[in-house]
Design a protein. Structure first.
Length: 223
């Protein structure tokens, strides 16, 4: 159900999913903060996803996560960006402070919202190894087919991309690039793509050809 505080229950056509005014980066993905097309008020969406497909684009700064998500968005996927999810949390709380657990909950909530409008979702986000099971649980309890991709270009390529990219106003400090480059190790649990010498389109095409993981939903029903 979609409920506007002024207009009452809404149809999907009456809703704008993304709030461009909350976006801080120079990208084509905005925070998922739905609002009413009729009166402009933010709306409450009540839904739990049951089915669909999610592609997670993981990787260190400069790996190309957002660029690939934008390409998939142009192909009809509804997109969630990790930085935009942080902006959505800060908007709702009215403060810059947030807990990492809140970010995971926010992404789950945004998947529930977007699943009302499309069965294909792409998530561009740094998923740490210790949080991987939390994300797979989100997908599996919602009966979602998913693929999690780690983009891992050569380290120097990631550094150079961060120096020339235009999605942020400032250059990402190299210490953060190295930090995430070193900690994003998944011992074969997810698909890794070395996109050092691939164009963004070639990387996206490679991702689309990879198979989905079928959600092991039965284990959550006690079977």
């Amino acid at each position: 159900m979609i409920l506007c505080p002024n207009c009452g229950e809404l149809l999907k056509d009456d809703v704008q999913l993304y709030n461009d005014s909350l976006r801080k980066q120079n990208i084509n993905i905005s925070p998922v903060v739905p609002y009413c097309n009729i009166c402009g008020a933010e709306v409450a969406v009540s839904n739990t996803c049951n089915g669909g497909k999610v592609i997670v684009i993981n990787g260190a700064c400069g790996s190309g996560k957002t660029t690939i998500a934008e390409i998939l968005q142009d192909k009809g996927y509804l997109a969630i960006d990790g930085d935009c999810a942080i902006q959505a949390i800060r908007h709702k709380k009215g403060t810059k402070k947030y807990a990492w657990s809140e970010l995971i909950d926010e992404i789950a909530y945004e998947i529930d919202i977007l699943s009302l409008f499309s069965e294909n979702i792409v998530l561009s986000h740094i998923v740490l190894p210790e949080d991987l099971e939390k994300y797979t649980e989100i997908f599996e309890t919602r009966n979602i087919e998913y693929k999690i991709i780690l983009l891992k270009p050569a380290y120097q390529a990631a550094v150079e991309r961060c120096q020339t990219r235009t999605c942020h106003d400032s250059v990402t400090p190299e210490e953060w690039i190295k930090h995430f480059y070193d900690v994003l190790i998944f011992d074969g649990r997810i698909d890794m793509i070395d996109n050092t010498n691939l164009t963004a389109q070639e990387t996206a095409d490679t991702i689309l050809k990879l198979p989905y993981t079928i959600a092991e939903f039965d284990k959550y029903k006690g079977l």
